[in-house]
Design a binder for this molecule. Structure first.
Ligand SMILES: Cc1cc2nc3c(=O)[nH]c(=O)nc-3n(C[C@H](O)[C@H](O)[C@H](O)COP(=O)(O)OP(=O)(O)OC[C@H]3O[C@@H](n4cnc5c(N)ncnc54)[C@H](O)[C@@H]3O)c2cc1C
Length: 442
């Protein structure tokens, strides 16, 4: 006898979740508000619409996103199958014909005997029951449902914009220039500090003023929270604003020169392994190439490699580390599982992966089986760790990157690291699929 699952949102995560749950003998009702109602970014009537780029990024198995895709293929992902069937040449990236991609997924979902699609907006989270509910309504969740979600998360745990500062790999920083110190502290301190003299600061702000910015989308009102203004907006208010804001030098002496710094860029630990650092207060709407060019002017960051670049988007997301279990169930409502970008991952592939895991776990709950957590060494495990094992105060959405992974046991030269991460992950994944009985049944 098949059990019931409800899914709200027929995007990438919702469709993948439906496919996984139906593949585990669950009867799925998938609610999608299109075409009756469109978010400001969605245009097509198909399910699983790609709202912007048609690229699912690198297809190299030794890249973090390439590995994530391979893990999903091995679990029988519908979205990965669709991408394989509808790909278009794009060098080392996996790009798709967006209409054929969405059409393929819509057809497979519509034709599945255990999935029924209801084209309506859901405005309220269903009350607790024995039927698991997946919320996969994406970064542009309709406002009434977002209000209903607030009742579960609380006002402090649901954000409507992300303000993302860039993240750099620790081993790409020049520690001959950068020094470790917290403001006013004598000890080694928790922050890495990139010191600037007056000449370096002037050059930096001159380049920043002229840099190319990403134009705002029509639905993105130019309304930022004062607490997370983009650096270029701060600079518009005066040449010294950054020196009184995120580049404040007070309480920091450069041990290299023995002098107080004129300005400082501070880097804060982003993970427990200390492989990633966040540029404190450096949220920005500069284009990606301009971020790389301008941030390379910061002393000690000349050769910085970025795990993530900065951005500011309209984005509804939950503060997952405070409200979710590793199984993706809400702590307060274990019958309710968010999936996709709304959990605080970023990107088509990452959203799909979280949809896949939510689909598996909702099905397991419906079938009275214990929910599962992927091995921490896999790319999916790294995403779950990002969502549930983070510093709550600084939680912001993230793409998959090797900085989120458990460190490799031994020191491996950088160019071979991807290969080692992939080998370790796929071995653990295969074992997990067998021992936990995670494979799809159909
Ligand atoms: C403007 C924009 C551009 C982006 N560009 C990229 C990019 O180029 N590359 C990339 O990797 N990522 C991009 N992203 C980020 C993200 O990867 C995508 O938004 C991705 O589609 C998220 O997948 P999802 O399944 O979580 O949500 P979505 O794919 O957005 O799916 C959510 C679905 O839920 C439906 N829905 C919403 N509310 C309700 C409701 N109350 N009832 C019923 N249905 C509802 C929506 O109509 C939609 O079909 C972008 C995001 C935005 C907002």
């Amino acid at each position: 006898m098949s059990r019931e699952i409800i899914i709200i949102g027929g995007g990438l995560a919702g469709c993948e979740a439906a496919w996984q749950a139906a593949g585990r003998n669950c009867r799925v009702t998938l609610h999608e508000m299109k075409p009756k109602k469109f978010s400001p970014a969605h245009k097509s009537e198909f399910l699983a619409e790609l709202v912007c780029s048609n690229s699912l990024r690198s297809s190299d198995l030794h890249s973090a996103v390439g590995l994530l895709k391979e893990e999903m293929r091995r679990i029988g992902s519908l979205i990965m199958a669709a991408a394989g069937k509808t790909s278009v040449p794009a060098g080392k990236a996996l790009a798709v014909d967006r209409n054929r991609f969405a059409e393929y997924i819509t057809k497979r979902i519509d034709e599945h005997p255990l999935i029924s699609v209801s084209r309506e907006e859901i405005t309220k989270i269903p009350p607790p029951s024995s039927t698991p509910v997946i919320i996969a309504t994406g970064p542009l969740t309709s406002s009434m449902l977002a209000d209903s979600l607030l009742e579960i998360t609380g006002r402090d745990h649901l954000a409507f914009y992300d303000a993302i500062a860039p993240i750099v790999y620790a081993d790409s920083l020049d520690m001959g220039i950068i020094f470790q110190a917290s403001r006013y502290d004598d000890g080694p301190g928790d922050y890495l500090n990139c010191p600037m003299d007056e000449k370096q600061y002037k050059r930096f702000i001159t380049e920043l003023k002229d840099a190319e910015k990403v134009p705002l989308k029509s639905f993105e009102k130019k309304k930022y929270f004062e607490g997370c203004l983009p650096i270029e907006v701060m600079l518009d208010r005066g040449d010294n604003t950054l020196r009184f804001g995120p580049m404040k030098p007070v309480g920091l002496t450069d041990p290299g020169t023995g002098k107080a710094c004129f300005a400082v860029v501070q880097l804060r630990k982003e993970n427990r392994e200390n492989t990633l650092y966040n540029m404190v207060g450096f949220q920005t709407k500069l284009t990606y190439p301009e971020q790389k060019r301008i941030f390379s002017l910061i002393p000690g960051m000349e050769k910085a490699e970025f795990a993530r670049l900065g951005s500011i988007h309209r984005n509804t997301f939950i503060c997952s580390p405070d409200v979710l279990m590793e199984t993706l169930q809400f702590i307060k409502r274990p019958d309710l599982l968010p999936a996709g970008q709304i959990t605080g991952v970023e990107g088509y592939v990452e959203s799909t992966a979280i949809g896949l895991l939510a689909g598996i776990n909702a099905a397991r709950l419906a079938n009275s089986e214990p929910p599962v957590v992927p091995p921490p060494v896999t790319a999916m495990g790294a995403l779950i760790a990002h969502l549930t094992n983070r510093d709550v105060k600084h939680f912001q959405p993230s793409n998959i990157n090797f900085g989120l992974f458990k460190k490799l046991g031994k020191k491996i030269p950088k160019r071979f690291r991807g290969e080692h991460y992939a080998e370790r992950a796929l071995k653990a994944l295969e074992k997990w699929l067998d021992t936990e009985n995670v494979r799809r049944k159909e």
